[in-house]
Write a protein of this length. Sequence first.
Length: 138
Amino acid sequence: MKSYRNVLKFALPTRRGLVNITREVQAAIDESGVREGLVLVNAMNITASVFINDDEAGLHQDYEVWLERLAPEKPYDQYRHNGYEDNADAHLKRTIMGREVVCAVTNGKLDFGTWEQIFYFEFDGKREKRVLIKIIGE
């Protein structure tokens, strides 16, 4: 069995942002040489998320509105966490959107359904963050 590890780095200029990372994940699979196996894609920061869904601009806007309704950024004093930082909402949004995804690799390709794509969602940007890609298989 093969094992491969790669790390993507992000430093988004905005507090929140969504990045389609499907191509980068597929490139890591190609580099790994794994033809049959699994790939784990994990946000390595507690205020960012990795998830799978459709790459459609309206849906991306809907995420922003929905998440802001569930865990509004302001006022900062509504959160107990916000003592030294102003990112309690980012922690909550990450909990809702999830930490990681696991995908099948078949014939060296992501084995996806129609429209599925992998996204990195940043909730507390303006600094460097990482995403782990871990691939195992044959």
